[in-house]
Design a binder for this molecule. Sequence first.
Ligand code: IMP
Length: 181
Amino acid sequence: MPNQLDFPAAENLRILYSREQIQTRVEEMGRQIREDLHGESVVLVGVLKGAAIFLADLARAIQLDCTFDFVAVSSYKSGAESSGAVQLIKDLTEPVEDRHLIVVEDILDTGLTLSFLHAHFQGHKPRSIRVAALLDKPSRRLQPIHADYVGFSIPNEFVIGYGMDYAERYRNLPDIRILDI
Ligand code: IMP
């Protein structure tokens, strides 16, 4: 675990997307999802912990009848390096058979997490599965998976804020910033 000195002050980190830019884009994504769902109800499934803040804002932007559920996986250790293997730590709590699912993810990076979750959710027999990712790093992809809704496509930078962490820090920053690690 890094010590305090390894966490630069947030205000010294460059902003990639400001809170205003994020809000505008999340509202556009919500409108698009509402149009695509044609008034049908939906289950938003957030991937803990990184997607919690995005899910809270996206849910309010969708303005459809919806319920929430959360899953947790372990793939990243305490820092920035992936361990490769994905393991389910917490499954859905409600049955989703015949429901529309939207998997809500903070970042689509290698794609290992979402391809694992997609296969897992198919076993729950939902009516449909869509993926909404706030950020996408397409250059890092190891699995051929794409998100139906992407907030911003970004280069290969490590980002923090708006739910995303480095060793559990920075999740509460309202802007998305770049951390040089
Ligand atoms: P994937 O399985 O490689 O697609 O990883 C997805 C997960 O990795 C995300 O949900 C994040 O938790 C984490 N992750 C990937 N890139 C970043 C980053 O730049 N900052 C913080 N977390 C990241």
